[in-house]
Write a protein that binds this ligand. Structure first.
Ligand SMILES: Nc1ncnc2c1ncn2[C@@H]1O[C@H](COP(=O)(O)OP(=O)(O)OP(=O)(O)O)[C@@H](O)[C@H]1O
Length: 746
């Protein structure tokens, strides 16, 4: 909400008068909120009766506001107190209160001013809609069209609103009121106006380990992005701290409200950069009453894999590049490295043999139209045809007189069966990815696409660890498509367990009972693989290969894409952007830009802005509105004393801020810095890598060796910009020199 005049000048009673007025106002609001809770509890007690009420409500003819909402097709959502009861049960015990806002409106500027506060129309706004026994709204859902003025009204376009009130609450208790008087000249004499402004109060609150919703203080430009159409691609841009993440999450809740049938059934997927980030945001949607959204880190998009490891910068760049498409496609079609190179069958008194070249021809033919794991039948047929060709004419008599009979006999021989199992095994994506660890083979598949140096780096990267990295997941997904999911074979009634290779490593051979158990587990855990809406946060970080993986999750989906190119950890943000454009070019695009930084103090952000401007002069810098008067503190540590300096800085910040302290450390230094922080024995302090700090925030931040963050990460100075914009209150940097600091124009 825009900041507008508040009570200070409107009600000029003495302090005692103000106190008693505040008490009276709080009591009156509490009374209304109690009614809402009473109604919800009553509903919870008699769910079945309420369900019937809901049904009757569907038959009733009502007038006024209720009717208007019915016409929008939304009434189902807020008419059923029953639904409210269910949702409140879902809300966390520490939820922030069902009712958080109130609008007092008149009939517009052309109508006479209301003589008294009681003459204004009042409307309560909350997390869910609740109606009284007469079906009059006690509170409307924040997502309903009627709630829009609560977010959009400003002093210059007040949309009939005279006073907007935010109720600050702890659970069902109202603990404070914050008013914006949007039309002082239209306010009746007896209209009380309280508080200092809800937004600033909310921004100054200490930050915990998880994100909170902003439903009570959504700003007009954010509201527009949240309510953007559910069709096509909504692109939300803006610099650090502009609320892109919270807006995206509120948008998910909005979409579920506006078209519940479509989105609940089709599924909504939220993709974020890391598991740490997902843990940070995971409370927001439940606090808005929504539990049906799938949240996945980009390393967890393939079922059965939870990758958190990161590659070295050079390897990550290769794995993410579109050039990997060709490499993987050739690998997926090549011969299995351990496959035998001759087939010899003794049949009808003759030995019939196929050599490596002949086998390669059969393989290529079988793969012409079908993915490998679905082409076993074609491959078998091809082998029989090739063997038949080589079967002497004079032996083609009796039971071996035609090709079909010959084929039956040949495929029944132990030699053929053993051969086929080894020559055409089901290839898991995991196994195929491991093949890339052999530089000779990789060189062949990479042809002219990777340089010899890149081939070496990639092969080494794959060989050196058994663990999958986040970048590997997109390659596994590509291979899943290239290899195809295996069909259940004629001989077994179980499905091949696709997850086996992924979760367990190299073993490609499974016992039947293992398969059965695993297939059942996979089915049980099954989520819809394709979604009706996909929401990508920190989209600037997705590599082209990751874009391919993400877009496979929503071939028919609408999209919300949130990001800031200046914070990209991809070496070439334009390439990543191009990949996104090409994957989603068929969809209509709606673009929004958020312009205010709500996270950082003006002092911290002004410094971070200077750093990024030196490298990216045209970076989109938002406006940071909250000043603390405290400049960032840049320290130089003595040789070899980096962990000590980090520990001291963290200890100081723990004294100075109420909430969390993040110590952002290049991965190489983590083993020496973490024990020092552990000694502080305070759960408010955490060590985090630059990449994992994406999207997160802390009241105090210590940045350890900024120059190393620039040199060791793919994003370089953009990664440093991310790190410098994580603090809400205090920022300390520690480095061995001051050379990394931006040079100021004198
Ligand atoms: N309207 C608002 N009212 C209160 N707090 C807000 C509002 N908008 C954003 N914030 C707060 O500002 C902080 C930054 O929001 P968020 O993390 O969504 O920004 P972002 O644009 O995703 O940042 P980044 O790109 O740096 O990761 C959060 O603490 C969020 O709750």
């Amino acid at each position: 909400m825009d900041q507008t005049p508040t009570s200070a000048d409107h009600n000029s009673d003495g302090a005692d008068g103000a106190d008693s007025m505040e008490r009276a106002e709080l009591a009156a609001e509490q009374q209304h909120v109690d009614r809402v809770y009473g109604r919800v509890e009553e509903a919870a007690r008699s769910a079945s009766r309420i369900a019937v009420d809901g049904y009757q409500r569907g038959q009733a003819q009502n007038v006024g506001r209720v009717r208007e909402e019915e016409q929008t097709g939304l009434y189902e959502r807020d008419v059923l107190v029953f639904a409210a009861a269910r949702r409140i049960a879902e809300l966390d015990a520490e939820h922030e209160g069902l009712v958080f806002g109130r609008l007092d409106s008149d009939r517009g500027d052309d109508e006479p001013q209301a003589p008294a506060a009681a003459g204004l129309d009042k409307l309560y706004v909350g997390r869910i809609g609740v109606r009284d026994a007469e079906y009059e709204p006690l509170v409307i859902d924040w997502r309903a069209p009627a709630a829009e003025p609560f977010y959009r009204a400003t002093a210059t376009d007040r949309q009939k609103v005279v006073r907007r009130r935010v109720l600050r609450n702890k659970g069902p208790r109202i603990v404070g009121l914050e008013d914006d008087l949007l039309a002082p000249e239209r306010a009746p004499e007896d209209l009380p106006v309280m508080g200092e402004g809800a937004l600033m109060a909310s921004l100054s609150r200490a930050r915990g380990h998880t994100m909170r919703d902003i439903v009570a203080t959504i700003q007009a430009e954010q509201d527009k992005a949240i309510r953007s159409t559910a069709r096509g691609v909504t692109v939300i841009g803006g610099g650090p701290g502009t609320g892109k993440t919270v807006v995206a999450l509120h948008r998910a809740a909005y979409l579920l409200y506006s078209d519940r049938r479509r989105f609940e059934r089709g599924g909504v997927l939220v993709v974020g950069p890391s598991a740490a980030f997902m843990a940070y945001i995971e409370r927001v949607l439940p606090s808005l009453g929504e539990n049906t959204v799938s949240l996945r880190a980009v390393g967890e998009l393939v079922d059965g894999v939870k990758a958190t490891a990161v590659d070295e910068a050079e390897v990550a760049a290769i794995k993410g590049s579109l050039r990997m498409r060709g490499v993987l496609s050739r690998a997926a079609r090549d011969r299995v490295p351990t496959a035998p190179t001759t087939l010899r069958v003794f049949i009808g008194g003759a030995t019939v043999e196929l050599d490596a070249n002949q086998l390669d021809n059969v393989r290529r033919n079988a793969l012409r139209r079908t993915a490998r794991n679905r082409a076993a039948a074609e491959a078998r047929k091809g082998l029989i045809a090739a063997l038949w060709q080589r079967f002497p004419e004079d032996l083609r008599t009796g039971p071996l007189g035609d090709r079909e009979a010959f084929g039956d006999r040949a495929t029944d021989t132990p030699a053929f069966r053993t051969f086929f199992g080894q020559w055409w095994p089901v290839v898991t994506p995991e196994a195929a990815l491991r093949w890339l660890g052999d530089p000779r083979r990789l060189q062949r598949w990479a042809r002219n696409e990777l340089t010899p140096r890149e081939v070496d780096a990639l092969a080494r990267g794959i060989r050196t660890t058994d663990e999958f990295t986040i970048a590997d997941v997109a390659l596994l997904d590509e291979l899943t498509t290239l290899l195809g999911r295996p069909l259940a074979t004629e001989n077994t009634d179980e499905e091949f367990d696709w997850l086996e290779g992924l979760s367990e490593g190299v073993n490609e051979v499974l016992t039947s009972s293992e398969r059965r158990a695993r297939a059942a587990a996979a089915r049980e855990a099954e989520e819809p693989e394709e979604y009706a809406h996909v929401l990508v946060d920190e989209a600037q970080d997705l590599s082209p290969m990751q874009w391919r993986m993400v877009t496979r999750r929503g071939p028919q989906a609408s999209w919300t894409i949130v990001g800031d190119p200046a914070q990209s950890s991809w070496p070439d943000p334009d390439e990543a952007r191009g990949a996104m454009d090409s994957m989603l070019s068929h969809l209509q695009r709606h673009t929004y830009r958020l312009s205010t930084n709500y996270r950082n103090s003006a002092e911290i952000y002004s410094f971070a802005g200077e750093v990024i401007r030196q490298s990216i002069p045209d970076a989109d810098l938002p406006n940071a509105v909250r000043s603390t008067g405290v400049e960032p503190d840049h320290r130089v540590f003595d040789d070899g004393k980096v962990s000590q300096a980090a520990g001291e800085a963290a200890a100081e910040l723990l004294q100075l801020v109420e909430g969390t302290v993040g110590v952002i450390v290049p991965p190489a230094l983590r083993p020496i810095v973490e024990p020092v922080l552990a000694e502080l024995g305070d759960p408010r302090v955490v060590a985090v890598s630059p990449l994992d700090s994406k999207g997160l925030e802390y009241d105090g931040v210590v940045v350890v060796e900024p120059d190393r963050i620039v040199s060791d990460t793919l994003g370089g100075v953009r990664a440093l910009y991310v790190v410098l914009t994580r603090a809400t209150q205090r920022l300390i940097t520690i480095n061995s020199t001051t050379q990394w600091l931006p040079t100021r124009d004198s």
